[in-house]
Design a protein around this ligand. Sequence first.
Ligand code: AMP
Ligand code: MG
Length: 401
Amino acid sequence: MGLLPVEQALAMLWEHTPGPDREGLSWHHALGRVLLEPALSLLDDPAFDRSSMDGYSLKAAGTHEGSRLPVTATILAGQCPSRPLELGGAVKVMTGAPIPSGADAVAPVEDCRESGGFVELIRPVRPGENIRYRGENLRAGETVFYPGRRLDALDVATGIALGIERAAVARRPSATILATGSELVEPGTSPGPGLIPNSNGPMLASLWRGWGGRLAGETCVPDGEEELEAAIRRGLESDYLVLSGGVSVGERDLVPELLGRAGVRRIFHKVAMKPGKPIYFGRREDTVVLGLPGNPVSSFVGALLFLQSSLHKRMGLPPLAWRTRHLAERHESGGGRTRFEPAVPVDGGGVNLLRHMGSADLPAWRGAEALVELPAGRAVFEAGSPLRVLLFRHLGRETGA
Ligand code: AMP
Ligand code: MG
């Protein structure tokens, strides 16, 4: 199989990823979840005519500087008026309290003097002043949120304020993450000669959870047929099986063959990109299988593009949001395949590429906040060139998996 252009690989991945499974949740437990159905307001907003200030509700017509009106009652927030406004009188109301019928304005306390049971206005009041009328923001039955929205803290609060109780959301898919390689030691163990810590496993697990997925397991497997085969079989019980390492053409790169033996249908293997060429994508029943190259930068870039895209489809989100940014400084690099480079946004809306030593140089990405695509076949990018960019610093959203 030849090298697939990135766009084509992403399109195939989208097509072959199953759509979302629906589940119902109480709205106030739906933080980080993606809506699959429109959410409709159950209340008018505001739900009743209410005061937006502490003040005196009254009839505005005929008021002038020096008007004196008897204060006939006080309504606190949470109370209801027991009777209509008396002609020529005023009812003291606190912020958020319902307005008595017959009143059409609220004179704020700052513009009044109260003594001996009377309120004196220091200026006339206009009709409608400081009253928020029932339904003026939004009516019951209106759509507040549309499918595809990932609910954040403000959305949770807004829905609750509008009386929404249930959310139809996408089930969070589970993933088993397998880091393959006989050179790997678990984090926290000091590596012996020739060995390295397994950093990809925790990276992929953290990304997955940050994006809203559930983690079924994260383990490290040596490059031995039996261990790998058993781990793959268990991993295929999750919605996603994500592997790092062993997908290229080295002596011990067993993953593609073992996946085939386990009944995984290969959809593509090898994409025309740098880093990350040997990416593998397959499917068995509803389980999505993604094999990422072991070099840490390749794993990260592959996860950002392919794992994240697939998860978007599986969770009912729109495809990844690429943006256009202009290169702040001229950049030269070998042409050939599409390249993905670490970058930082700079003042004025552009991006700067970070220097790095290739696909093993994860530390060079410490300051990176964006992935920049350098299109295939071009070696020189002048300052000001528009490039496609994927921002990633804002994407991690802990959902408490
Ligand atoms: P592979 O794709 O299996 O050929 O791995 C390529 C290189 O990536 C290996 O030689 C390791 O240096 C590195 N590598 C593989 N797996 C991991 C991992 N889980 N964590 C960190 N580095 C890894
Ligand atoms: Mg390996």
